[in-house]
Design a protein around this ligand. Sequence first.
Ligand code: HEC
Length: 196
Amino acid sequence: MIFISLGQFLVKYDPNHIYPDHTLLTLHHNLCTTKLLTMKKLLLLAGIAAMIYACGGGTQQDNTASDEASSSASSSSTPTPADNPDGVGKFKDVQIPEKLDAALAEKGQSVYDVKCSSCHKLSDERLVGPGWKDVTKRNTAAWIMNFVTNVDEMLNTDPKAQAQLEICLVRMPNQNLSDEDARNVYEFMRKNDGVQ
Ligand code: HEC
């Protein structure tokens, strides 16, 4: 007599008993699928473990300690999106003067009028995408400039971008902004957020 565990079921199997064919078949089938499932789970676990190891780069403890602080320090190793407030793309650590550059903001406004206003309001109200009120307070300059020039990769990898996608349910289409336009639009967003 053997007891075989199938997930939460305990199946009694007596080798001396003559089972009708289909019972054995089912038993065999169940055994195979549980084995397969367990294998899949194991593989998945191994995969996750490998990923965590790879992303951590051997300094997992440091990375979890402080996201903001470690991302600037670890810029030489490839940072994961999760610990990178600037997102993914060509812009890193963009320095913006405190005072508004009115000329840039004006150019940014014309980009907004043509390419962005159909989906983004300047208030905090959502249209297709989130309203732009306080967008410069929610994200770093580099994050916004990376988002608008590298939107697909950002939506695929950046947790903040993905959180917005979950709310809006529409993927923002690539607007083909030049780096200069990205900077101009950012300045217009700052103006909208009250920078003078
Ligand atoms: C077709 C609609 C659409 C257009 C046009 C559009 N966006 Fe978006 N935008 C979205 C959506 C939707 C999101 C939220 C993320 C997602 O779901 O893809 C978003 C998110 C953003 C965000 C992040 C906002 C936040 O609060 O984190 C920025 C920045 C942004 N867009 C900038 C722009 C700029 C700049 C333009 C114009 C050059 C533009 N968008 C044009 C739909 C659009």
